[in-house]
Ligand binder design. Sequence first.
Ligand code: B16
Ligand code: MG
Length: 217
Amino acid sequence: HIQAVIFDLDGVITDTAEYHYLAWKKLADELNIPFNRNFNEALKGVSRMDSLKKIISRAQPAPSFSEDELNRLADRKNEYYKEYIQQITPDDLLPGITDLMKEIKQKGIKIGLASASKNAMVVLEKLGITSFFDGIVDAATIEHGKPDPEIFLAAARQLHAESASCVGIEDAEAGIQAIKAAGMFAVGIGTADKMKEAGLRVEGTQKLSFIKIESAY
Ligand code: B16
Ligand code: MG
């Protein structure tokens, strides 16, 4: 039976992608590098530094920065992002998520977070849902990003749950790959073409329910 459900943050619990976009856009404009919403899609679930490198490498000609400069640019983006996420309120929870978490709790099943974001704690606080979590992985301790299973395995360890008894919920293809590589059951949120590998797929969070997950598991 299911011992733990491990959530991704951006795209599953709330839509922070828009704030990431606004913050990257501000930085890219200052650097005169083209950046748009379409390209932002490719940054979902990708770490801050890897996102910065992807944005820079797309410029023609691609500017070259020292490691120090790269760190400063990533910090600058994060300052912009931290300002934007101050606006988050419980109204920004994606539909169905609070009900799902309540159902999971009622069953005595644990809830964990496997987000690549180093700002995850602030976002959960702003959403008012920190108390639902039995474990939150600190993204700063993770060496390999999704699709590597590391972050999901760390979440299972925190929750004292066996991989095979865990369910992971993700909106990114790399996230689904990470869940499966960790030996867990994958629930995917999104279109059929992107979520081919998920054990259960729903179009949006409002379609999620514990019954559905339990019967597909
Ligand atoms: P930060 P997730 C990811 O969150 C975002 O999707 C991605 O766009 C972001 O770059 C990454 O977190 C790191 O975030 O700069 O706040 O550390 O989908 O893994 O919850
Ligand atoms: Mg995500």
